[in-house]
Design a protein around this ligand. Structure first.
Ligand code: CA
Length: 228
């Protein structure tokens, strides 16, 4: 049973989210502000639904601190704001995904299921499942879900790792945005793909350009084959 956190100051929404998720068979813990969710004595969550508009702290700041405290948790931010910058800032602060309020509960439940399934799932299809993959001087361990260079771990987050593994499965080939969204996030994805671009940017930073990830305009991304 997955442990889910709901961080939301609106009492009604918080109650509905928690009861919907419990009805789906998850254990939930609800927080009415950002500060209480940062209590380090609590056992870590598998997934956090984090409202960005909180009374005590900036949502992105809560996101950043939750990410530090719980590196493996999936963080999905909820925002009522149409301002795309809030979403981008939250994604850069470590969020894995976002939903715009008002949230459709069936979509939310489906998204949560997909995230949890992927988090527990082995490497994406097409790669050396369970084994190790060499990408130039990078070693991608698909079982341990680690990426190392010269024995130093690069510290990829869950979705960054999934994205790299998916691109690596077809190194040298363009993978469409749609394929990346559906394979790494959700097969029923219908919203914006901003999440993808932010994660690609983070991945590029962490890889330091070795190997490079090329943008193929209007289509998708290609992981360049590292030189032998
Ligand atoms: Ca709020």
């Amino acid at each position: 049973m997955a442990q889910l956190w709901v961080v939301e100051d609106d009492e009604t929404i918080r109650g509905v989210l928690a009861s919907r998720l419990e009805a789906e068979g998850h254990r939930t813990r609800a927080f009415a502000d950002g500060g209480s969710s940062l209590d380090r004595s609590l056992p870590g969550p598998d997934l956090v639904l984090l409202d960005l508009g909180l009374p005590d702290l900036e949502g992105a700041e809560v996101c950043r601190r939750l990410r530090l405290a719980h590196p493996d948790a999936i963080i999905v931010v909820l925002t009522a704001r149409a301002d795309e910058m809030d979403v981008v800032v939250a994604l850069e602060a470590g969020a894995d995904d976002y939903l715009i309020k008002p949230v459709r509960y069936t979509e939310l439940a489906a998204r949560v299921r997909a995230h949890l399934r992927r988090a527990g799932a082995p490497a994406p299809d097409g790669s050396a499942r369970g084994g190790r993959l060499a990408l130039g001087d990078l070693v991608v361990d698909l079982a341990a879900r680690t990426v190392t260079r010269d024995d130093v771990e690069l510290g990829l987050r869950a979705k960054e790792f999934d994205l790299l593994a998916r691109l690596a499965a077809e190194a040298g080939v363009v993978v469409s945005r749609e394929a990346l969204m559906s394979d790494v996030w959700d097969e029923h994805w219908s919203g914006s793909t901003k999440t993808l671009d932010v994660h690609i940017a983070a991945l590029r930073r962490k890889l330091g350009g070795r190997p490079a990830i090329a943008t193929v305009r209007g289509h998708g991304y290609r992981l360049e084959r590292p030189e032998a």
